[in-house]
Each structure stands twice: as structure tokens, then as C-alpha cells.
Design a protein around this ligand. Structure first.
Ligand code: ADP
Ligand code: ADP
Length: 228
């Protein structure tokens, strides 16, 4: 579904963030990108939806080189969830959740119905939370809205960059559990960036363990943990 072929990214200042990455993510698979800060995880993820373009190599999604298509079209196939969510502060939770359907021109009743459905799915009662603004939510609730928003147009791919990084450990564990449950139904193709090895083990079907700009191991968690 997503294939990296000898992908290198060098930033204009000369920093090589990743070099010669080759790996493949299967449809419906959740791959965690794990490693210390600065090893190239976010760069790798951002190349998938063309927030950043590679210096060399190519990336295929469904067999097509992503450089051949329209980046806006590409991004419609990919929900994006980041730490601190990037929710619009002046929009209600309901309108935030309906952002992508709005961009896609869905009629108002349809997109609001979809937003309510999604909020329910992530454990937020839309009649309680729908009319609130992001600053009237707890950190964990905001992250849930972030996930709901990413899922709104039912994209096959989810890109998640430290989505549960900004909440306390108890809330994080609850979000992980809920997300795993959601994923077992939805079977999205997921790239999930984290620096937390426990999170990577818990969530990943496979783990891409990064060293400085390279993937040192690419295997299911049991194998990564069992390695000498
Ligand atoms: P991670 O997500 O693992 O923390 P990043 O992909 O953000 O790592 O960064 C990888 C490397 O690229 C780091 O050395 C970082 O400083 C560098 N880097 C990231 N963004 C830029 C940029 N815009 N310009 C120059 N160097 C960058
Ligand atoms: P957490 O430990 O998950 O971060 P908080 O202590 O931030 O939780 O919030 C606890 C509860 O108070 C949550 O249910 C949240 O919806 C509610 N809450 C937080 N901030 C506000 C606010 N500004 N207005 C209304 N309700 C709020």
C-alpha cells in the first residue's frame, strides 16, 4: 500500500534527515516509527503526504509514485493527527470534526451527521461536546477530536505523529486502548510516530526502529523485543 524505495531527504542546510530508506506498509497494517528525537521519524511521515518531498528515491502509494499526482488529491486519502491536534480554536468541536467533509463540499446536514457519528466513535457524546470549543476540553478529549477529524472522510491511510504525546500517562493508556479497538474495526493503513518504545510495542503490527536517519529493525514487536 505504501512503499519507500531508497528514499533520502537532505534539507537545504545540508542536514541529511534520512538516507536510503526502503520499506513497505501493507494495507490495514499499523506500523510504528520509533526512535529517539531527531532520528528522522517525522521527516519520513511528512514525505508520505508531501508536506516534504524526498531528495532522492521514490514513494509509492497503491503502486503509484506520489510525485506524479496532485498533492491535494493525495492528502484526501490520508488523515493526519498530530500532537496538540492543531484544532481551530474558534470553531466548535462539531465544526472542527467536519473540517474535511466541509472542504470536500458535503452538504451541511450530511457533514454534521458524520461529525456526530465520529465523535460518538471516539467516545465523546456529541450532544455534550459538539458545541464546545477546543479550550473547553481536557487534553485527552482534544486528542480524541483530532482522531475524529482525521477519520471524518474515511481515508484509507492515517498518519499519526505523537498523537498521544501531550497527555498524562493514564490518559495516554486509555487513548491507546481505545485506538486499538477502533483500529481493529477500521483496519486503516497507519503510520504512527512515537518516541515511546512501550507505545510502539503496544500498538504496532510492525515496528520501524530508527537509528540516525536509517531503519535499524523492521519487524513485529515480539521479534524486536526478542532480538539479542
Ligand atoms: P524525529 O521526528 O525523529 O524527531 P525529524 O524528522 O524531525 O526527527 O528530524 C530529523 C533530522 O532532520 C534532525 O536532525 C532535525 O534536526 C533535522 N531537520 C528536521 N527538519 C528540518 C528542517 N526543516 N531543516 C533542517 N533540518 C531539519
Ligand atoms: P484531563 O485530566 O483529561 O486533562 P481536565 O482536568 O483538563 O482533564 O478536565 C476535566 C474535565 O473538565 C473534562 O471533562 C473537561 O471536559 C472539563 N473541562 C476542562 N476545561 C474546561 C473548560 N474550560 N470548560 C468546561 N469544561 C472544561
Amino acid at each position: 500500500m505504501i512503499r519507500f524505495e531508497q528514499v533520502t531527504k537532505r534539507y537545504p542546510d545540508g542536514t541529511t534527515a534520512v538516507s536510503d530508506l526502503t520499506f513497505e506498509v501493507n494495507e490495514g497494517e499499523l506500523v510504528t516509527l520509533v526512535g529517539p528525537s531527531g532520528c528522522g521519524k517525522t521527516t519520513t511521515m511528512k514525505m508520505v503526504n508531501r508536506l516534504i518531498d524526498p531528495t532522492a528515491g521514490r514513494i509509492l502509494v497503491d503502486g503509484r509514485d506520489i510525485m506524479d499526482g496532485d498533492p491535494v488529491e493525495l492528502r484526501r486519502h490520508m488523515g493526519y493527527v498530530i500532537q496538540n491536534t492543531g484544532l481551530f480554536p474558534h470553531k466548535t468541536v462539531l465544526d472542527n470534526t467536519a473540517t474535511v467533509p466541509h472542504l470536500l463540499g458535503w452538504p451541511k446536514t450530511k457533514r454534521l451527521a458524520r461529525a456526530r457519528e465520529l465523535l460518538d466513535l471516539v467516545g465523546l457524546d456529541p450532544s455534550v461536546f459538539g458545541a464546545r470549543y477546543p479550550d473547553q476540553l481536557s487534553g485527552g478529549q482534544r486528542q480524541r477530536v483530532g482522531v475524529a477529524r482525521a477519520l471524518a472522510a474515511d481515508p484509507p491511510v492515517l498518519l499519526m505523529d505523537e498523537p498521544f504525546g501531550a497527555v498524562d500517562p493514564v490518559v495516554r493508556e486509555r487513548l491507546q486502548t481505545e485506538f486499538l479497538k477502533l483500529q481493529s474495526d477500521l483496519r486503516k493503513t497507519v503510520l504512527f510516530v512515537t518516541h515511546d518504545i512501550e507505545e510502539a510495542v503496544r500498538l504496532g503490527d510492525r515496528m520501524a526502529v530508527f537509528g540516525q536517519g536509517v531503519i535499524e529493525q523492521y519487524a513485529p514487536p515480539t521479534e524486536v523485543l526478542g532480538a539479542p
